[in-house]
Design a protein around this ligand. Structure first.
Ligand code: SAM
Ligand code: SF4
Length: 329
């Protein structure tokens, strides 16, 4: 098992398949993009599937989420999903994506073994989309969402980050759209993980503000807190239910005490937290011929040293060197 010194057990693995992206969301990366990982640094499909096998068969990982960057840009995505779905015991497989290309790929990915998707959608207004993501792709995202639902990927979750003076007034409209379409809406507080280091606490739209904005149009009733488990989202019944909305207050309502996640970057580094300042290099060991037992032991010791919390609210907080897009959000 992947246990840390505070008794938490990691069972949920987030895997970044690439640091590249076809959008440039302003809370994530600069307009010009970033220096992408050189190809040879990236794990090959075979290397990646081997590490996923170790995670599932030796380390107790039961859930794998593919993310990035934009995971749909990873060539061979369907093959990676199919090979991961063939592992025993079969892990639950999900994808976090900006939705571009999902209209064409939702069916094949579902057939390959994908169980669920989270699609990021910050606005329903095409001009605001261009302002936030610096690309004119809103119709592609909406088509991707519709295809995911039509093909039976369930539930379809929608993630939104609210930015002051950009899309913060859209929270009720986004929720209404998701209620109409049968998607589960979740709002995420903006975190200090952008490549430009432009995050400012005073600009962040807080969980309290999000709930206040939603309450102007909907009656929200807190869900049974016992049912939350290690889920980062606090959920609320909307207008008596059964529909729900989630709010992920990573900064103002941290959930580190019940965190069950561990991360693997596209270049084979284990990170025990989004905000970790240290990584454990599995790729070099793997390429030097380490056996499965050795790789599993390295992974265990990477998780063992996980800190109790992300420290964003500490005066000495330092943002990690890698941005969200290179860690795998
Ligand atoms: N490209 C995919 C996407 O956008 O869904 C997957 C990677 S993206 C880094 C994963 C999630 O992180 C998205 O829902 C995105 O909105 C969120 N995200 C990115 N930067 C963030 C930040 N600074 N604070 C909070 N969430 C962020
Ligand atoms: Fe790309 Fe996702 Fe970052 Fe937006 S949030 S720039 S879609 S990686």
């Amino acid at each position: 098992m992947l246990t840390d010194s505070y008794g938490r057990v990691a069972t949920d693995l987030r895997v970044s398949l690439t640091d590249r992206c076809n959008l440039r969301c302003s809370y994530c990366m600069p307009p010009e993009g970033l220096d992408w990982l050189p190809g040879p640094d990236q794990l090959t499909d075979d290397e990646l599937v081997r590490l996923l096998g170790i995670a599932v068969q030796r380390l107790g990982i039961t859930e794998i989420r593919f993310t990035g960057g934009e995971p749909i840009l990873r060539r061979g995505l369907a093959g990676i999903i199919a090979r991961t779905a063939a592992l025993t015991p079969r892990p639950e497989l999900s994808l976090t994506t900006n939705g571009i290309g999902l209209a064409r790929l939702a069916g094949p990915l579902h057939e390959a073994g994908l169980d669920r998707v989270n699609v990021s959608l910050d606005t329903l207004d095409a001009e605001t989309f261009v302002r936030l993501a610096r690309r004119d792709r809103l119709p592609d995202v909406l088509a991707g969402l519709a295809a995911a639902a039509a093909t039976g990927l369930a539930p379809v979750k929608v993630n939104a980050v609210l930015m002051r003076d950009a899309n913060d007034l859209e929270a009720p409209d986004l929720l209404q759209y998701c209620l109409d379409q049968g998607y589960q809406m979740r709002f995420i507080e903006q975190m200090p993980l952008d490549a430009q280091h432009g995050w400012r606490r005073e600009n962040m739209v807080t969980a309290d503000e999000i709930l206040q904005a939603l309450s102007s149009k909907f009656a929200l009733t807190p869900d049974d807190p016992g049912a939350r488990g290690s889920a980062p989202a606090e959920t609320f019944l909307v207008d008596g239910g059964p529909a729900r909305v989630g709010v992920i207050g990573s900064v103002t309502r941290p959930f580190c005490g019940s965190c069950d996640r561990v991360r693997l970057t596209a270049d084979g580094q284990v990170r025990n937290c989004l905000f970790a300042r240290e990584e454990s290099d599995l790729r070099t060991a793997l390429r030097a011929g380490a056996d499965d037992e050795d790789l599993a032991a390295r992974w265990q010791s990477a998780v063992a040293s996980k800190l109790p919390g992300h420290g964003i609210n500490d005066p000495g907080f330092l943002q990690p060197a890698r941005p969200m897009s290179a860690i795998g959000g």
